[in-house]
Design a protein around this ligand. Structure first.
Ligand SMILES: *Cc1c(COP(=O)(O)O)cnc(C)c1O
Length: 367
């Protein structure tokens, strides 16, 4: 039978639309938005100035090859700019990878609580996302290796992962890579790399440099405080970079984003300040919330996953409603299969203290 209206390719209607973090609370004047892992310090003042200056000339197309920004990233990280691809957020790059390398019947491996865009982009290309169970809210490398079949084309690993905040040591990432056939791409999504303070962590630069099937994605949305401009970059081997440049929209990064990105990546002092702020508050927030009897998954990112009990009146949904009434917006993560958790972005000192005080009231702990 012929359908009487347009029908998308198989897989598309299996996608549950992505629901972004809330950004408002009805009837509350002052909002503390801690729902999307944005930077409480905002962008570098130099990036803001560069963005605004770009706004005075809008009639010309951007530089489609994003040369100025690729060169700046190359200088800062010591990378060959020819092996960098920029995107409208790292989402754009993840989507390009799916577009170029996936087709109907392929399989994509990712970890159980991995970033939701991996199954979404996979399904949109007709591929089957395989979610591999985690251990202690951390990617289980042995189980991921075991999930690889002759149909696997991409393995996505967010490291550190969102929404859990956990990470996989570099030795384990290398072990995963070693076990993959050469035609499978390992995508290391290092959106939170700058925040990690662990000697056994590596974002992926070394592995990309020494192999032909590994890419690393980075973003300006988190530590650089530029989520609104949509900017990300990828470091990859020559063959993959060549492929991505074929499928990439010709002007996928706008002129103001390029200017803001260059200023941001060159402002090492602002980056340091943002890292220091996170170091100071990640530990404090984790400890204070744990003291209230709520489990907090140990995080190396700029957010924490808070676990709530299932008893009526004390659930994650109840806590969310309680906090929202006070203008504090955390992230519900039921869509990640974590209905009993809320994710909290590390905020300003004021916001962090407010959350802890509000949760103290919510849990009824007087300590
Ligand atoms: C926030 C985030 C990104 C970044 O997305 P952009 O499109 O660059 O804003 C990528 N991966 C993970 C795991 C994230 O949490």
């Amino acid at each position: 039978m012929t359908a009487n209206r347009p029908v998308p390719r198989p897989g598309v209607l299996d996608i549950a639309p992505y629901v972004p973090g809330k950004s408002s609370a009805p009837g509350v004047d002052k909002i503390y938005k801690l729902s999307s892992n944005e930077s409480p310090l905002g962008p570098s003042p130099k990036a803001l100035a560069a963005y605004q200056a770009a706004g005075s000339k809008l009639e010309d197309y951007p530089d489609g090859s994003v040369t100025e920004l690729r060169n700046a990233i190359g200088r800062v990280y010591g990378l060959d700019p020819a092996r960098l691809v920029c995107g409208a957020g790292s989402d754009d790059l993840l989507n390009m990878l799916a577009q170029a390398y996936l087709t109907d019947g392929d399989e994509v491996v990712y970890s159980q609580y991995g970033f939701l865009m991996y199954p979404i982009y996979s399904l949109s290309r007709g591929a089957k996302p395989i979610a591999v169970p985690e251990k202690d809210f951390t990617a289980d490398i042995d189980a991921m290796i075991a999930a690889v079949t002759p149909r696997t084309r991409i393995v996505f690993l967010a490291n550190p992962n969102n929404p859990t905040g956990t990470y996989v040591p570099f030795d384990e990432v290398k072990r995963l890579h070693k076990a993959l056939p050469g035609n499978v791409i390992l995508v290391l999504d290092a959106a939170y790399a700058e925040y990690v303070q662990r000697n056994d962590y590596e974002a992926g630069i070394e592995l990309v440099a020494t192999s032909e099937n590994v890419v690393m994605c980075r973003t300006f949305s988190k530590i650089h405080g530029l989520a609104a401009v949509r900017l990300g970059w990828l470091y990859g081997p020559e063959n993959i970079v060549d492929v991505l440049n074929r499928v990439r929209s010709p002007f996928n990064v706008n002129s103001a984003a390029i200017k803001a990105g260059v200023a941001a990546i060159e402002d090492a002092a602002h980056l340091e300040k943002s890292v220091a702020h996170n170091n100071q508050w990640l530990g404090w927030v984790s400890e204070e919330i744990a003291k209230l009897g709520l489990k907090v998954t140990p995080s190396v990112g700029n957010f924490v996953l808070i676990h709530f009990p299932e008893n009526k009146g004390k659930t994650a949904a109840d806590a969310d409603a309680f906090l929202t009434r006070r203008g504090i917006i955390l992230r519900r993560v039921a869509g990640y299969g974590l209905p009993n958790c809320l994710r909290m972005t590390i905020g300003t000192e004021e916001a962090n203290k407010l959350v802890v005080a509000a949760l103290k009231e919510f849990t009824g702990k007087t300590a």
